[in-house]
Write a protein that binds this ligand. Structure first.
Ligand SMILES: Cc1cc2nc3c(=O)[nH]c(=O)nc-3n(C[C@H](O)[C@H](O)[C@H](O)COP(=O)(O)OP(=O)(O)OC[C@H]3O[C@@H](n4cnc5c(N)ncnc54)[C@H](O)[C@@H]3O)c2cc1C
Length: 366
């Protein structure tokens, strides 16, 4: 298994549950080597089903935040257009911090930290040869590439690389929001607040422990940034504030009080990305079907990890046939989600903000 994200760890954890040995090769030198990122909503029939297959659903229910499903929508003048809150028993898409999910999945797993993979060479004996970034190499029966958007395993199967969607996201954070920024805490509520304007949006999302992630989204060419250097926090903040000039003050405050800024130009693989099957190597999650971040990527990645692990564990001698059948299933399901999220991104960051509101009403009828 290459990659210790949601896909790789779920695959490894389910195989481990069935008593099968699996090695996770992860480039990061340690679990906490970089900030784990924001919160994830795990859907009942996807991410939660995967955790059930790993025997971890009960623990997820203790850790996750059903109240985090709440969603408020404002216009750029700050008027509340929608204020949706989940019912007391609504557990369709509870939120969990990525760090908590990673620790939950890690449990007893054998992860080799600091083992970046440079290249995978199929067709060497029964499996595939893995070349590491430090020059070492090792053969495996099956190499599963769950190494994300810029996968080093993918070139063994497909020449396709992700392309830019035209939308860039700049992420910032607020800490201790309830005590340090009570006005913004009220604006955000228990879950998220989203503000949609023409070709722009600001979304603030509560994580656990009073931490909030704020995402500014806008359409721009890949090389057009709010400021020349994202590490220059003051310049990046000023550049962002001028992009959102004229928006309501409380919304601008979400950006003004942000501590540091990270740029994430959104890239995707083509909808329905597939490849000709190659024995000994396959892909899962973002490595196979990178799509816009509209609440599906981690869910699919985890379910694929769990399903492939179950199929490998049940295999009675035809590992290649098992992987081939899995790929067909994955492509069919991920293709549908890829089309939906691609269309969704067009509507959420659209010249007409009414498109975003209409999408919300379709997904979350009150
Ligand atoms: C802002 C944002 C919000 C999102 N919100 C949601 C959400 O609410 N719900 C949802 O379902 N999805 C969400 N997503 C999408 C989700 O984050 C991804 O789809 C998901 O993380 C994919 O999991 P993965 O395991 O395939 O890849 P990744 O999470 O990218 O994990 C890949 C792992 O592989 C490792 N790696 C990379 N290269 C190598 C290498 N060469 N050798 C060894 N290891 C390597 C990386 O260090 C990493 O640990 C969001 C995405 C973004 C950007």
């Amino acid at each position: 298994m290459v990659g210790g994200g949601p896909a790789g760890l779920t695959f490894a954890r389910v195989l481990h549950r069935y008593g099968h040995p699996v090695t996770v090769l992860e480039r990061d030198p340690a679990p906490d080597a970089r900030p784990p990122g924001g919160t994830l909503d795990l859907h009942e029939g996807l991410g939660q089903l995967a955790l059930d297959k790993a025997g971890l659903l009960g623990r997820f229910e203790e850790l996750s935040r059903p109240e985090g499903q709440a969603m408020r929508i404002l216009d750029t003048a700050g008027n509340v257009l929608r204020d949706w809150r989940p019912g007391p028993d609504d557990r369709a898409n509870p939120e969990i911090d990525r760090g908590q999910l990673r620790d939950l999945l890690l449990g007893p797993l054998d992860v080799r930290w600091g083992r970046g993979v440079a290249q995978v060479l199929p067709g060497t004996g029964d499996g595939a040869l893995v070349r590491f970034e430090d020059g070492r190499q090792e053969a495996f029966d099956l190499v599963v590439g769950a190494d994300g958007a810029w996968s080093r395993v993918r070139p063994a199967l497909s020449p396709v690389r992700p392309h830019y969607t035209g939308v860039t996201l700049v992420e910032t954070s607020l800490d201790d929001v309830d005590t340090r920024h009570p006005d913004l805490a009220r604006l955000i509520g228990d879950g998220s607040v989203a503000v949609y304007g023409a070709n722009r949006a600001v979304v603030a999302q509560r994580n656990s422990g009073g931490h909030v992630k704020v995402y500014a989204k806008f359409r721009a060419p890949l090389d057009r940034h709010p400021s020349p250097d994202p590490a220059d926090t003051d310049a990046e903040r000023a550049g962002l504030l001028s992009l959102f000039d004229g928006w309501a003050e409380p919304v601008l405050e979400l950006l003004r009080r942000g501590t540091a800024f990270v740029r994430r130009p959104l890239h995707v693989l083509p909808v329905s990305h597939t490849w000709s099957h190659v024995p000994g190597v396959t892909l899962l999650g973002d490595a196979a079907h990178l799509m816009p971040p509209l609440g599906a990527g981690a869910n699919l990645a985890m379910l694929e990890g769990a399903e492939l692990a179950e199929a490998v564990a049940a295999d009675s001698g035809d590992l290649d046939g098992v992987v081939r059948a899995f790929e067909e299933r994955m492509w069919a399901r991920a293709g549908g989600w890829s089309r939906m999220t691609t269309a969704g991104l067009e509507r959420l960051v659209s010249p007409d903000p009414a498109d975003a509101l209409a999408l919300f009403d379709e997904l979350q009828p009150s």
